[in-house]
Design a protein around this ligand. Structure first.
Ligand code: UDP
Ligand code: MG
Length: 140
């Protein structure tokens, strides 16, 4: 499998509870390398643009508000099959369905406030990484 990069976000519910280090440990233990990382606060408009693929979904407004409700840590993870591997470490969207040991099983509070975002395909990973980082900020 090829070396990939994927965009990860540690969401406000997790930064608020001081879980950045514990979540990063799960990524690193799975062989994912954090090659870029910054803590920022999104505006609702910036969150809305990031999640615009979900604009028609009923939870969109709440999601944008939540993502702007506190700091997030945006990061680029690199490794063999990083996109799928990160999704595995994250667990299912709804923590009730997430496999034991995954980030969402251990830390997520609800289907909305579920601690982490991860890109779902190579095309979306490229767009999402470029939304937050310039090439100069990615140090593999
Ligand atoms: N979400 C929600 N309610 C739902 C489904 C999703 O609030 O019924 C939120 C949740 O924060 C999720 C995000 O919208 O992480 C994006 O949804 P997606 O289906 O892309 O899930 P993910 O890729 O994050 O697992
Ligand atoms: Mg998604």
């Amino acid at each position: 499998m090829a070396i990939e990069r994927t965009l990860s976000i540690i969401k406000p519910d997790a930064t608020k509870r001081n879980l950045t280090g514990k979540i990063n440990a799960k990524f690193e233990d799975a062989g994912l390398r954090i090659v870029a990382q910054k803590r920022i606060q999104l505006t609702p408009a910036q969150a809305g643009k990031f999640y615009e693929v979900h604009a028609e979904r009923p939870f969109y407004g709440e999601l944008c508000e939540f993502m702007a409700s506190g700091p997030v840590v945006v990061q680029v993870l690199e490794g063999e099959g990083a996109i799928a591997k990160n999704r595995e470490v994250m667990g299912a969207t709804n923590p009730a369905d997430a496999a034991p040991g995954t980030v969402r099983a251990e830390f997520a509070e609800s289907v909305g406030e579920n601690s982490v975002h991860g890109s779902d395909a190579p095309e979306t990973a490229a767009v999402e990484i470029a939304y937050f980082f310039s090439g100069l900020e990615l140090v593999g």
